[in-house]
Design a protein around this ligand. Structure first.
Ligand code: CMP
Length: 229
């Protein structure tokens, strides 16, 4: 990539977009481009952080590896996105692994260049903070979904246990739980709120997995296949 292509690309990145041509040109002259094949490791969690990256071509994933290799993908970044800023801002090691999903070209901005740029351009610091807020909001959303899914799984497991101990098969398939506990009781049994239980039951009903009928619940056959837990 030549200097003017790099400058054009930087212009499209949120944290550089307010800068005038002179600043962008001088930044462009300090950037190094690097090519990565598909599925290559850009850096590992816990590495020291010496640079931040802007994607000029391709896509990367930010990923954590749990026990027995289980992957948790925190985010996927595309052309015009940046990553690797955190370790430069808090002076701690890399918070996650970054792996390319496609052959990728990355612009590499050394730590000192990035920090000096932010010091000299407070507006850019605000843009970085705004982007961190956006990512935190996204992460909050994911946490909330995960914990809700977890509770839904617990509701499903409890209903399955009740069906086993207290249920009767009905014509056409399915099992009726005759005396279902109240939503409050279910909440107490799985350590959550009544509102969450109510939401989980409505969601299962909406998906056609169960039917709430007076004081009874009918678990449909698909409940056993699709409810999780
Ligand atoms: P750094 O900690 O230097 O290296 C890993 C990078 O992944 C990190 O900087 C961020 O750029 C990015 N990252 C880490 N966690 C998240 C997240 N939850 N959402 C989006 N990006 C993240």
């Amino acid at each position: 990539m030549n200097q003017s292509e790099i400058r054009e690309l930087l212009k499209g990145v949120s944290i550089f977009s307010q800068m005038d041509e002179t600043v962008l040109s001088s930044l462009a002259s300090l950037v190094v481009t690097k090519e990565y094949p598909k599925e290559s490791l850009v850096f590992s969690q816990d590495d020291p952080g010496d640079a931040m990256f802007v994607i000029a071509r391709g896509r990367v994933k930010v990923v954590l590896y749990g026990e027995n290799g289980r992957e948790v993908v925190l985010s996927v970044f595309r052309v015009g996105d940046f990553f690797g800023e955190m370790a430069l801002l808090d002076n701690l090691p890399r918070s996650a692994n970054v792996v390319t999903l496609e052959p990728s070209t990355l612009l590499v901005l050394q730590r000192d260049t990035f920090r000096r740029y932010l010091e000299q351009h407070p507006a850019a610091s605000f843009s970085v903070m705004a982007e961190l807020c956006r990512r935190l909001r996204k992460a909050d959303e994911i946490i909330s979904n995960l914990s809700l899914l977890d509770v839904y799984g617990r509701v499903a497991r409890l209903l399955r246990e009740l069906a086993q101990s207290d249920g009767e098969e009905i014509e056409g398939g399915g099992i009726r739980i005759r005396k279902r506990p109240t939503q409050q009781d279910i909440a107490g049994m799985i350590n959550t709120s009544r509102e969450t239980v109510s939401r989980a039951l409505s969601e299962f009903q909406r998906r056609g997995l169960l039917v709430l009928e007076g004081k009874t619940i009918i678990l449909r056959p698909q409940f056993y296949r699709e409810s999780g837990g």
